[in-house]
Design a protein around this ligand. Sequence first.
Ligand code: IMP
Length: 434
Amino acid sequence: MPSLVVVGMQFGDESKGAVVDYLAEWADLVVRYNGGSNAGHTVVAGGHKYKLHLVPSGSVRGKLGVIGAGVAFDPEVFLEEVQALRERGIEPNLVVSLKASLVMPYHKEIDSLIHGGKLGTTKRGVGPAYQDKMSRITGLKVMDLYDRRRVKDVLSLKAEELEFRGIVKDRDSFIQEMMSLIERWAQALEDYVGDDTLLVNEALSQGKFVVFEGAQGTMLDVDHGTYPFVTSSNPITGGVCTGVGLSPKLIDRILGVSKAYTTRVGAGPFPTELKGDLAAVIRDRGGEYGTTTGRPRRVGWLDLPMLRYSKLVNGVDYLAIRKLDVLAGLERVKVAVSYEIDGQEYRIAPPYVRELEKAEPVYEELDGWEEGDWEEVVRGGWEAQPKGALKYLEFLERELETPVLITGWGPQRELTIPSPRLKDVLREMGVITQ
Ligand code: IMP
């Protein structure tokens, strides 16, 4: 039954794609359970950079990829991604849940017109698609591609609403246009649609190793993040159960991914945010520009109260700490160990905007680490990492009471370092035998 969830512990963009790609070496299935094409997962392997939004990152290694029921599925983006992989010689093996929600072109328009500005969304239509899902009468699922009568009913309702909002001028031509899109998608997706729940449950009962790939991060969770500055799905571990149709009893281990610092795209509180020169240096060194939107990301020091909260919400067993190379060359690095809010100390972040806006981080300063030849460092293994970085990792392990299993020293697959413990964990899980 080996299963592992790879979950973002911050505001997304923690390099989950790179971690999933690394672990996919051993995986049989990689499953996306939440979000939509608002996510941008980057895999750099074999001299190529793959920017994935919907296709699970394991596909780059040719592993079976499943897009679960909890995903807001944009067929246009999916088909483009499949095509891009094919052009690079990868024939992806993919199953798209019949229960996934469809993102329609009008969802993107609404996202741009209404949600985009205030929340700083990615304008990929994800929020409006989930809104329709929850309304039920205006939601479309992948299964509806094969039920034109229902599609027509939904589109008639939608046409009325969109006309009222001034997005649609002529209802009939809108319905016609959408129906022909549905027809095209139904054909193009025929070979991919299937039952995610049965597939994943069966795979687990056959002893296959399933990796669940989260999109976005814990602090963007619609229920547990910094509401309303959040995404519209559940990136947390619990999202796996609802997003795939899986018992929590079948989740084996949880790997929380964090950068060595913090970033956030879009609006919302950010207690450890840095401004000025240092922020610009980290942003540029880390290539901290949105994969999906190209927007510059806000950057700041690592925030332990947030990571403690994230550990709690997700049940994190192990950590992956990425982008350690970005901080190299700094003489000293800071880590927020607690917050002070209205004269009170908080070791665990309260996920409330009003509190977080007042939070004064209490920092601990640690020695930094020098620049290095990271390929050489990776060849040397865990202990070859710079002394300052090893101390930083030990500090995080102590503070978060969680072992670090994987570190990242650059976006390339080859720049990931497994801790000696990783093999033990895979052995304990029955993924490997020696
Ligand atoms: P939405 O998910 O497009 O509705 O955007 C809501 C918020 O989540 C905005 O602040 C986005 O910048 C943020 N967001 C959505 N997806 C990602 C992601 O994959 N990485 C980082 N931030 C994201």
